[in-house]
Design a protein around this ligand. Sequence first.
Ligand SMILES: Nc1ncnc2c1ncn2[C@@H]1O[C@H](COP(=O)(O)OP(=O)(O)OP(=O)(O)O)[C@@H](O)[C@H]1O
Length: 271
Amino acid sequence: MSAPLIEARGLTILRPGAVRGDPDAAVLSDITMAIRPAEIVTVVGPNGSGKSTLVRALLGHLPAAGGEVLRQPGLRVGYVPQRLHMDAAIPMTVRRFLSLPVRVSDDQARAALGRTGVPGLEGRQIAQLSGGQFQRVLLARALLNDPQILVLDEPTQGLDQPGIVAFYRLIEDLRRETGVAVLLVSHDLLVVMASSDRVLCLNGHICCEGTPEHVSLAPEYRALFGAGGEEALALYRHVHDHEHDHAGGACDHHHSGHHHPDLGKEASEHA
Ligand SMILES: Nc1ncnc2c1ncn2[C@@H]1O[C@H](COP(=O)(O)OP(=O)(O)OP(=O)(O)O)[C@@H](O)[C@H]1O
């Protein structure tokens, strides 16, 4: 097995300004995980479960209160943050955006846009792009430094289901062609799982993790996919209905899904 590109060992991250010893101080507790070359690892979890915090900590943007994060020296990361506030009042072409913060050549810009399926957009205003086009431009920018790992924080927010599927296909193609590793944060559990090597379920700590194959063998999962992707995706939600004490250790709760009324039983019991 190749060496991890990024690894967390017993990582604990506190809320900004939190005091050590405060029982509610930890946003993340005792996170141990690794991402190796060419792996797609997906992190799912409810709002506020610490997904973005984990990503930022893995990238070295947040200090660890406990444990450690290890990154390969000189690691090249392509990061697409969850939110990128672009002031619509400030005109900016796609071409100029691709040269921020690091100037790239016209050839590099053209190749990156072609690679992400939005060729010829150089002259367009960023503010006038559709949601799907903007995500692909962001991805193109993330590819410009020939990353060893792509870190995508909810990259499909605001896309419709065909847009989500197309975006994930593109990610899979990039992985296959370049061997880039992918760390993906998502709510779109069912669609994501199909292309992930490993799914981590986060709620302040890692509640459970497993291969998508394991999960996909569950009859409830197949029933959901059989019901038609759009409906299943729209109706599925990953629900945590319990409190965590952030003490780490085993997590014995249920991961229940909301599902189509016709499908019967509880969806996605995979803990
Ligand atoms: N700068 C900050 N100041 C105070 N609290 C913060 C800050 N950043 C994150 N938190 C808190 O840390 C917790 C985890 O937040 P985080 O954004 O990592 O969750 P998330 O799983 O990415 O959520 P979402 O799915 O809503 O994006 C939340 O309770 C949040 O309020």
